[in-house]
Design a protein around this ligand. Structure first.
Ligand SMILES: [Fe+2]
Length: 217
């Protein structure tokens, strides 16, 4: 298999991707609770659940777009003669494509106050199941493949490009979303990988603001 000459990826270089996956797993548990108990009637809790859902679904969508448009294409250029490895990337794209309509179906159920509650639990279960199996598949097959095909420097460049590809308001939401509930040492380590302005904005502005707003329960 073709490999690049410079330093291969370490677990630390991949840690940002694991942080992102862990944020989605955290919310998949919340989605399971909403599926079990339904969306509460009182307007404040209802809005909090919708706001939580919005953060989850938008960040997930951005993350998949970034992988499909930036990470997998670069890996494909190194794997042209490796059909089995290319199949892994095809599977990643196919699984992402499966998730989008399942997110839209939940969105529809939230919007339909009359019939939505009847189908919400089933649709949320589909999202949770599809997401969890996708994350597990990616971590088992695609991330080790990434570690073999692209370098630490390339991941840093892709991360910077990814940050530039989202709008300032999306970044303001996504950054505290991803770090919510993360252990302090991991947060400190990973924040250091972000550009200084993002780090400062997160620490003094975005994160305090994010924490003041009620989400989910
Ligand atoms: Fe993915």
């Amino acid at each position: 298999m073709a490999t690049t000459k410079s330093t291969p990826l370490s677990e630390t270089d991949l840690e940002m991707l694991y942080l992102i996956h862990d944020a989605f797993r955290r919310d998949s548990e919340r989605l399971t609770r909403v599926a079990e108990h339904g969306v509460p009637e009182d307007p404040a809790t209802h809005d909090a659940v919708l706001l939580g859902w919005h953060g989850f679904s938008t960040t997930l969508h951005h993350h998949h777009t970034i992988e499909d448009e930036m990470f997998w294409p670069l890996m494909r250029t190194r794997l042209q003669d490796e059909p089995d490895d290319l199949e892994v990337l095809d599977a990643m794209e196919a699984e992402h494509a499966l998730l989008d309509p399942s997110l839209a179906a939940v969105e529809e159920a939230f919007d339909d106050r009359e019939h939505g509650p009847d189908v919400l639990a089933e649709r949320l279960d589909t999202v949770v199941h599809t997401l969890r199996s996708h994350l597990a598949h990616e971590e088992k097959d695609a991330l080790p493949l990434m570690a073999r095909t692209i370098t630490a420097r390339e991941v840093q460049t892709l991360t910077k490009d990814a940050i530039r590809s989202v709008s300032r308001s999306e970044l303001r939401e996504a950054t505290p979303y991803l770090f919510e509930g993360a252990p302090e040492d991991r947060t400190r380590r990973l924040l250091r990988q972000l550009p200084l302005p993002v780090r400062l904005l997160h620490r003094f502005w975005w994160n305090p603001q994010y924490r003041r707003v009620r989400r989910w329960e």
